[in-house]
Design a protein around this ligand. Structure first.
Ligand code: ATP
Length: 236
């Protein structure tokens, strides 16, 4: 099976801090892949390199065969990102924000509106389409950030702690939506601190620690191999 993400000896330093210290990783196309690790392990840096927000210090990083720096546009157009910290245009109705983003990616005006409606329905906040972001509840904001990641119909969806701080019901609803997307063929890369989330959703999990991949396994294998210490330390 070909790789959605192919990483070799990836390095990133911020001054003296080695945030990524020789990462090798393959995320198979169509998989639901988890990236786990304690605070400061390098997960967000890894994602930021993939989406071109941070320049790597060395090694290679490819998305669907495109180098994330040399072929930035081709790689970036395949990725939808739902970041941990969201920076959203707060003053416009959320449907307009989505239409604007689709337009920026070259989608025609009429199609942009159709797509915006489609993704808002998909994440269950279509009835809030004329509301501005600021006025959404915390859970709805999470859903909107997912809708925004989906507006370009990505082949790879990157979710950075998508359920952090949300209540149990919303967590289950988000799980359902994300699982449907994966069933439809979208490759998912998810970072999480919740081992239950990884067990429930992921086919395979990589554990990142101090900028290095220390394990790649199915969540079940991980438990059996006694990687519980690391896993337990992720519970917070
Ligand atoms: P968390 O789970 O807390 O979000 P993480 O696994 O996402 O952590 P990163 O945010 O990637 O980890 O951080 C990895 C290391 O790089 C940490 O030591 C962090 O302090 C450092 N770091 C991240 N961004 C910067 C930056 N812009 N400048 C300097 N150091 C940074």
């Amino acid at each position: 099976m070909s790789s959605a993400i192919r990483i070799r000896d990836l390095r990133k330093s911020y001054g003296d801090v080695q945030a990524l210290d020789g990462v090798d990783l393959d995320v198979p196309e169509g998989s639901f892949f988890g990236l786990l690790g304690p605070n400061g392990a390098g997960k967000t840096t890894f994602i930021n390199v993939l989406v071109g927000l941070v320049r790597k210090s060395g090694g290679t990083a490819e998305v669907f065969g495109y180098d994330v720096e040399d072929d930035y546009r081709e790689a970036r157009d395949r990725i939808g990102l739902a970041p941990q910290e969201f920076n959203v245009d707060r003053f416009f109705p959320i449907r307009e924000v989505l239409q604007h983003k689709a337009g920026y990616h070259g989608v025609s005006e009429s199609e942009a509106r159709e797509r915006a409606d489609e993704v808002l329905k998909r994440v269950g906040i279509y009835d809030k389409r004329d509301t501005r972001f600021d006025w959404l509840s915390g859970g709805m904001k999470r859903r909107f950030v997912l809708a925004r990641a989906l507006i370009t119909d990505p082949d790879l969806l990157i979710l950075d702690e998508p359920t952090a701080g949300v209540d149990v019901q919303l967590r289950h609803e988000l799980w359902e939506t994300i699982t449907e997307l994966n069933d439809g063929g979208t490759t998912i890369l998810l970072t999480t601190h919740y081992i239950e989330e990884a067990e429930r959703l992921c086919d395979e999990v990589a554990i990142l620690d101090s900028g290095r991949v220390v394990e790649v396994a199915s969540p079940e294998e991980l438990m059996d191999r006694g990687t519980d210490d690391i896993v337990v330390s992720l519970r917070d």
